[in-house]
Design a protein around this ligand. Sequence first.
Ligand code: BGC
Ligand code: BGC
Length: 647
Amino acid sequence: MYRFGKTFITSLIVLAVFTLAAIGHADDAGPADTDLSIWPKVKSPYGLDPEIENRITKIISKMSVREKVGQIIQAEIKSISPNDIKKYHIGSVLNGGGSWPTGEANGPKLGWLAMADIFYDASMDTSDGKQGIPILWGTDAVHGHNNVVGATLFPHNIGLGAMHNPELMRDIGAVTAREVAATGIPWTFAPTVAVARDDRWGRTYESYSENPELVADYAREMVIGLQGHPALEDAFRVDKIIATAKHFIGDGGTEKGDDQGDTVLSEQILKDIHAPGHIMALGAGVQTVMATFNSWNGVKTHGNKYLLTDVLKERMGFDGLVVGDWNGHEQIPGCSVSNCAQVVNAGVDLVMVPNNWKDFYSSTLRHVRKGRISEERLNDAVRRVLRVKLRAGLFEKGQPSKQPLAGRFDLIGHAEHRAIARQAVRESLVLLKNDGVLPIKPNQHILLAGEGADNIVMQAGGWSVRWQGRENKDSDFPGATSIFSGINEYASQSGGKVTLSQDGKYEDKPDIAIVVFGEEPYAEFEGDLEQSIDYKDKQALSILTSMKQAGIPTVAVFLSGRPLWVEPEMNAADAFVAAWFPGTEGNGIADVLLSDQTGNIRHNFNGKLSFTWPGSPEQHPINVGDKDYNPAFPYGFGLQYPISEGQ
Ligand code: BGC
Ligand code: BGC
């Protein structure tokens, strides 16, 4: 018995040592030969403020382990009550794509503010003798305040990239921040700084460009527009909100463009291609970074201590908070949605556990008590959450409804905001072909055909009122203009006539036809393409072909979240415009397509491709700089109207 026991114990010890070594190895993550020195040291314009740090130390010293664990958890607004927030001292909430406080898209706007107040009050309740810590609400305002009915929706990022206008991004960030602030929310999960390299990825449209440099320039301006900047003395002013650089890192680099897939790259290439947007965002002082769903060389990033802690926090000096993505931790081997010490140990400071937060809370508490999450690590996570809250002024700003912009619902979809979005639409249009039919004189008979002609749902795409966007109706976008209505308005006041005919049938033969078509809305994985990147719906092609047979010149306007192979449509049309997902201000398209009555252009085309346009359905991935680069249209391509004298 004794002998057996001894061997048994010895083997247990051996096993334990091996297990510990294995755990230690997994925790330190990082494939064998990583090289921290290739990552830059980044200086944030905020820097540690001793006063804030002392305040944090004081707050933490009075927090129980339970309060600390609550502070590093983020729940979804539908799955948590004010009482829960009070009882568990929950640090943060989010509303997911298509989640609204009243449970319905068209509920009263006051619902946003009311919920923000109720949650805030619950977080500040000290009746149990504990400290009040303001709750932090995050939302996906990724192209304007897109979960809110009536908000100004900008073109999705791919269209903004085509503008090649970083300065305008600052205005777009500022407008977005104002609309978000009006609903009492202090934080957006934007900008997405993904560099999409395989356009089969369903999130390609959330990427500004396949070119890391352009993404970097945009990231900087967007962060400054949203948060403000110390040097401009508007950092976290009443009209500013906290930004997020997402998703760290490599989201746009997965094999086959597989959403949440594996990014198989050397560390150097990971850094060169996928880090520049993050680095610039950090340099602009972004306060939060969202961990990515994807793996890097087979290791899920939510569990990758090397990337989240060694690279991001230690080497690049990020002192804000790392937020997890929607249950991203459940994909770490050994974890479940409600139980995962690894995610905290790897460096996520605020874990997004939308629905199972309560079980996650209990298991995390156990991990801390058993030492599987060290108190030091827990304190660091809490410190980071508090630091962001303090820097953003949450402790001082008070109840959401008391803040200067709160309840200013006139700001949501404000005319000045729409004007900026309309400018963005104009500048995002890329002219790929023009056999002399553009610009169109408004004083003629113009036919508007195709599924997208009068269709704000298609213009808006995913992440618009609802998550995937497909279940939307045009009535969910009050104040928006469709492409047809923009063209109709200008042409009718200029002595022209516009006929809307989705299927292209007509009684009076038009002088010219504009055919608007493209991709139906989608978001995240539902938008992934398995194989080829050709545009498969042939309805528009048949309209274009029958117009040609009738001798009617045609302009194709293509709505899409990525370049797709459209050679048949391109050949059938006399002009071809890539219009991406332009958002609510469809009249920006009339501004460019229609000249004045005498034929003078009003706005020239300005957009240049920020993504390579493929030359065949199988040409993927294809990116500028590839060897054997043979696209239909290269990166940077975009025609213009010839500038005639006097213009
Ligand atoms: C997306 C994030 C988003 C989060 C919250 C996730 O599925 O990947 O980009 O911020 O959901 O809605
Ligand atoms: C999205 C959320 C969305 C949810 C719906 C998530 O992946 O990020 O924003 O509300 O799925 O189940």
